[in-house]
Design a protein around this ligand. Structure first.
Ligand code: HEC
Ligand code: HEC
Ligand code: HEC
Ligand code: HEC
Ligand code: HEC
Ligand code: HEC
Length: 499
């Protein structure tokens, strides 16, 4: 045997024949098998379980990649070892005239095609999966539970999370994935705030989300709304208010401009600065609950500024925000009902029997207590109410109803509930419209306040009271008869959700 003259093209020792590479190949085969199995399960069986998606589109491809890496590392090490021990390694020569090489080439091409196909399929589905409500709402179960549950009970339960939170286009898709990566880190290391603060910084402007479905030029006109209440007295006296809500519209080509949707920035632009007094100085109000300065630019370009007497600061233009849908409809998908609203609703639906004495007060009471977690809350609610109504079979369904209210609106693990998230749509429990329409914002000459600050401009009260009183409709509007005593002051001074 002549070592200097090796036979041409000796059989190449397989670089994959080592433990590391073989393990890698087993992992590759296993993950491919699992991927296809899970993929078919996912497509055929219509599970609604986020974990199968995570397994299919993250874990299985992850293992595939890991297996390939192991095989490659094994091969590289084998190559290095061979090179070192033999001092030489035959050059890679592909000779298609040899059946063995043709076979390997065939496998290689088929393998590459399969790999490309699987990764195309995989990334397409990974993309769709990360955009799904399951992924957003259920993966980080505790963190997103408040939003998911309130969303499922809202009017947008069939609108995907991403349609409001990301919207169309590549730019926001990338932004969302970047901030999503940070959120993953925050969840993994338990660094997320409880509750999640709002208004969401850098929320995509409503023009690109809400307005994709809600045509801002649409003329809504008047809405007829009835609010049912029960007073906190012995007989849970019913009281109702029927309002004509003057929603109107904002675009002259589609109907008269006026009413509440006049603000929609189609013809006019309404801007404001949110600031609050902190020990004598004005600081920015991130919650946007205190608005001392407002500017209107009308269709003709006429500018009018309004400010409260106390606010004398100069305006930094970068602090000015334009009113959009979210300044009024900030809870379109996640409404955390207050104890008062939720119990009123359950009473009006008969879920809680209104003939149980003092039940309104007692039910609201249990929902305004602090509880450490849901289990404790549900138990305490049952114990308290059962204790108040001994030997009373009608309390059982009432307890169920109150517990259901708790589960759907209170999330102690995330510290999320009605009192953490202001709702800007009205003015009863939160300042809402009265942040600007409180009659205290004056023009520069001090002559005029923001109009629409009396009770019949945004809505007229058609009927109010109970029983027969509700049939006495007055189209021109009635004066509000506050139940009990005549009251003075802003509604939300007294009404905070627990009353
Ligand atoms: C109809 C549009 C819409 C849909 C659909 C929607 N959201 Fe929201 N979401 C909002 C708005 C508006 C806010 C409040 C923004 C603000 O105040 O800055 C919000 C707030 C949030 C917040 C901040 C905390 C809070 O409770 O306000 C989280 C987290 C959130 N959404 C997650 C989700 C998830 C998860 C889904 C799907 C299960 C979803 N959202 C579906 C519009 C939507
Ligand atoms: C993908 C489409 C879609 C998007 C995006 C969307 N909505 Fe809606 N919205 C709907 C549908 C559908 C309804 C239900 C209509 C019905 O029940 O008649 C609805 C109902 C509403 C209602 C009336 C019901 C209620 O809850 O008072 C409001 C207000 C509303 N949306 C505001 C918003 C706001 C604000 C946004 C942006 C944060 C938004 N929507 C984003 C489709 C959408
Ligand atoms: C100045 C506050 C304000 C702004 C800004 C505003 N809305 Fe409204 N919108 C209201 C009020 C108040 C109602 C009456 C419904 C209610 O009482 O809950 C309403 C009603 C609606 C409804 C329900 C109509 C129906 O037929 O039931 C939709 C949908 C809606 N708004 C969408 C939008 C969208 C989209 C935007 C942004 C382009 C927007 N709104 C901007 C205050 C506002
Ligand atoms: C950021 C401040 C601001 C908020 C918040 C606000 N408005 Fe206004 N609104 C204005 C200004 C400014 C005008 C124009 C007043 C004027 O011309 O004197 C106006 C005008 C109106 C008008 C009269 C429109 C017309 O026909 O001329 C109505 C009705 C109205 N608002 C209802 C509401 C309702 C309902 C809400 C709460 C859901 C609300 N506004 C929240 C600032 C605001
Ligand atoms: C700037 C517009 C505006 C003015 C001014 C206004 N309201 Fe309202 N009001 C609203 C809106 C918007 C709602 C609807 C809230 C909702 O749908 O949750 C509402 C709701 C109500 C309700 C039902 C409350 C609830 O949320 O359960 C009552 C009662 C009411 N208003 C009384 C009054 C009285 C009394 C005045 C005068 C002191 C007044 N409003 C002035 C806009 C206005
Ligand atoms: C001085 C405090 C105070 C002010 C200000 C006030 N209320 Fe009330 N309100 C009460 C009390 C107390 C009750 C009785 C609660 C009960 O018996 O259940 C009540 C009851 C009500 C009820 C029926 C009960 C229910 O379940 O909500 C409505 C509706 C109501 N108020 C609306 C308003 C509106 C709208 C405003 C602002 C225009 C307002 N209130 C201002 C103290 C106040």
């Amino acid at each position: 045997m002549n070592a200097e003259h090796p036979t041409p093209n000796p059989p190449r020792p397989s670089l994959l024949r080592n433990w590391l590479s073989l393990t890698g190949l087993v992992v590759v085969t296993g993950s491919l098998f699992s991927f296809f199995l899970l993929f078919f399960l996912d497509t055929l069986a219509h599970f609604s379980n986020p974990y199968i998606g995570i397994l299919t589109y993250f874990i299985a491809p992850g293992f595939l990649f890991l297996g390939l890496c192991l095989a490659a590392v094994g091969a590289l090490r084998a190559r290095k070892r061979l090179g070192a021990s033999a001092g030489l390694l035959p050059k890679l020569v592909v000779d298609l005239s040899r059946p063995r090489d043709r076979k390997i080439m065939g496998f290689f091409i088929a393998g590459t095609l399969l790999f490309l196909l699987v990764s195309a399929l995989g990334s397409y589905h990974t993309y769709h999966f990360t955009e799904s409500t399951q992924f957003c709402g259920q993966t980080c179960h505790t963190v997103m539970q408040p939003e998911l549950i309130t969303y499922q009970h809202g009017s947008h339960a069939r609108v995907a999370c991403v349609q409001c939170h990301i919207g169309p286009g590549a730019e926001w898709f990338v932004k969302a994935k970047v901030s999503g990566t940070y959120q993953l880190y925050a969840v993994a290391f338990n660094k997320y705030p409880r509750p999640i603060p709002t208004p969401i910084k850098n929320l995509r402007p409503a023009q690109d989300t809400c307005e994709q479905c809600h045509w801002p030029k649409k003329f809504v006109g008047n809405l007829d709304k009835t609010y049912n209440y029960f007073l906190g007295d012995e007989t849970n006296t019913p009281f109702a208010v029927r309002l004509t809500m003057k929603v109107g519209g904002g675009d002259p080509t589609h109907g008269p401009v006026g009413g509440i949707h006049w603000h929609m920035n189609v013809g006019n632009k309404v801007e404001y600065v949110a600031a609050k007094l902190d020990q004598g100085t004005w600081i920015a109000d991130p919650a946007r609950q205190s608005i001392p300065w407002v500017r209107v630019v009308d269709a003709q370009g006429v500018v009018t500024e309004y400010r409260t007497k106390a606010f004398t600061n100069a305006i930094a233009e970068n602090q000015v925000r334009s009113v959009d849908c979210m300044d009024c409809h900030n809870r379109p998908a996640h409404t955390y009902q207050s104890p008062n609203d939720a119990v009123n609703l359950a009473l009006s639906l008969g879920k809680i029997d209104r003939n149980l004495k003092w039940i309104k007060t007692n039910a609201v009471y249990t929902l305004t207590r602090k509880y450490a977690n849901e289990t404790q809350a549900v138990q305490s609610i049952a114990t308290h109410l059962a204790g108040q109504y001994p030997n009373e079979p009608r309390i059982k369904p009432a307890i169920d109803a109150v517990q259901e209210i708790y589960r759907n609106n209170f999330f102690p693990e995330m510290n999320a509930s009605w009192d953490k998230y202001p709702n800007n749509i009205g003015h009863k429990d939160w300042p809402g419209c009265f942040r600007c329409h409180d009659g205290k914002h004056l023009t520069a000459d001090g002559q005029r306040t923001i109009k629409a600050s009396d009770c019949n401009t945004c809505h007229t009260i058609l009927a109010q009271g109970r029983g027969e009183e509700l049939n006495l409709l007055s189209p021109a509007g009635q004066k509000f008869k506050h139940p009990g005593d005549e009251v003075d002051g802003a509604c939300n001074d007294c009404h905070t959700g627990g009353l």
